[in-house]
Structure formats: C-alpha cells, structure tokens
Design a protein around this ligand. Structure first.
Ligand SMILES: [Fe+2]
Length: 255
C-alpha cells in the first residue's frame, strides 16, 4: 500500500464524522485540512534530514494519523480542548487500533506510529525513547507546530476569522497580557495552557514553541515565514515586547 492509499483511508474515516451544522462541519474540515498540511510539512522536514526511506514512510503515516482523535473528540464533545473532553492523542491511538487502519504494516513500524500518535500532544518529548520513535515523534511535533501557528494566527489576530472553538473561548483584551507568561518566555521556557487568560497569552504560548523545535529546517521555516514578527506585531507595543522579539529571533538564528 502506498501513502495515497492511507490518505484515502484517512479521508474515509473523516467522512464518518459529517456534522449537521455548518459551524461544526467547519471545525471538522479545519482538522482534516490541518492533517493534510502536516503531512506535507513532515515530508519537507524528512527531506531536510535525509532520513532513510524505510524510516520516512512510517514517519509520514504518523503525521497523517497524528490528529485522528480530533474527529471523534469533536463529534462527541464539540470541543478541541482536551482538558474539557478527552486526551485526543490517546483517543487517536485507540481509533487507529479499533479501525485497524494500519493493518497492512509490519512490526515495529506499526508500534512506532501508534506510539507517536499517542504521545504527540505531550508537553515534552519523553526521555529514553527508542531511536526511531524519538525521531518520528520529533518530526510530527515540528510539522504540527509549523501548520498550527499559521492556522491560529488567522484566528487570533483581532478582526481575523472568529471561531471560539479554535481560540478556546479566550477573552480578546488587546492591551493586556500575562506578565507570568512573558517571564516564562524570557527564561526560554514553554508557556503552559493553564497560564492563558486571554488571546494575547495564547500568542505568547505560540511564541514559546520556538523553544520546543527539534530540527534546523523547522527553525529556518519559522524565520522564513516570519512567524515571530507576525505574532509580535499583534501584541501591545512596548519596550519589553520588542526586547522579547529580539531574543526570540536571535535564538532561532543561533540554535
Ligand atoms: Fe494533535
């Protein structure tokens, strides 16, 4: 089976979650389109690393199926917030098994794909993973971030597309942001979801992702696509925010 056959399996799976309302269907479509773009991003990362073909294919499949749990999650709970529903990594892992979507694959590729789906949404890549799994997980996480940032930017910018499912129902207070989140970023740590009180804090969280990138190619793409500057432009203009932008850009260039 070629990758296109698995893409078809994915499409067939998604069709099973057709929604009655146009708003709900839009959220399903959003995740479907996200998935297909993450597959493309993963392919580019793989090409940049020169990963051997026998490792590249399972990594592509892990990217294709990484968010499988999003579809039943939204179908059942009408939210993409794991804290308010289920862990979508775990749900995706279960769905992959239940529907036998990887049935034509051999072991251990199947195992690495399942575990990548299961762990893709962890706060960090766990230490001590087997080499192939560690690599696949890092590829999927970088590919996911590359795409999610552009989707979220379209929704987080004031006057942009308004979809509270995507912006998690956060308040839009354009002049304020969390000092604690800013401090986290200054000390090069990830901002946590619990620290978000408003949309600007979500932007700080997205910026903190630059400290969780795994591949030089991804960092270069962040720079090329001007993700940092484009997010910073939408934050309140202050000396500390400008200083933060300089720090983030310098870190992306030097890492
Ligand atoms: Fe995900």
């Amino acid at each position: 089976m070629g990758i296109e056959d698995f893409v078809q399996r994915f499409e067939d799976y998604v069709v099973g979650f057709v929604q009655e309302s146009a708003f709900d269907q839009k959220n399903i479509d959003l995740k479907r389109d996200h998935t297909l773009r993450v597959l493309e991003e993963a392919r580019r990362i793989i090409a940049s690393t020169g990963l051997p073909r026998d490792q590249a294919r399972p990594a592509e499949l892990a990217a294709l199926f990484h968010d499988l749990g999003r579809f039943p999650q939204f179908d059942m709970y009408k939210t993409f917030q794991d804290r308010r529903s289920v862990n979508h990594g775990l749900l995706g892992y279960r769905e992959l098994k239940k529907n036998d979507l990887l049935n034509s694959l051999g072991w251990p590729d199947k195992k690495w794909i399942l575990l990548t789906v299961l762990m893709h949404n962890r706060a960090k890549v766990p230490g001590g993973l087997p080499g192939p799994l560690d690599t696949m997980l890092r590829i999927v996480r970088d590919a996911d971030k590359l795409d999610v940032i552009s989707v979220l930017m379209a929704h987080l910018i004031t006057g942009g597309q308004n979809n509270s499912t995507v912006t998690l129902g956060l308040a839009d207070e354009p002049d304020r942001f969390s000092e604690q989140a800013l401090q986290q970023l200054r000390s090069r740590q990830m901002v946590r979801y619990e620290q978000m009180a408003r949309i600007n804090d979500f932007k700080l969280l997205l910026l903190s992702w630059i400290y969780d990138l795994n591949f030089a190619w991804t960092r270069q793409e962040f720079l090329r696509r001007e993700y940092v500057s484009r997010i910073v432009e939408t934050l309140p203009r202050s000396q500390e925010i400008r200083a933060l932008e300089q720090q983030l850009l310098a870190d992306l260039m030097s890492a």
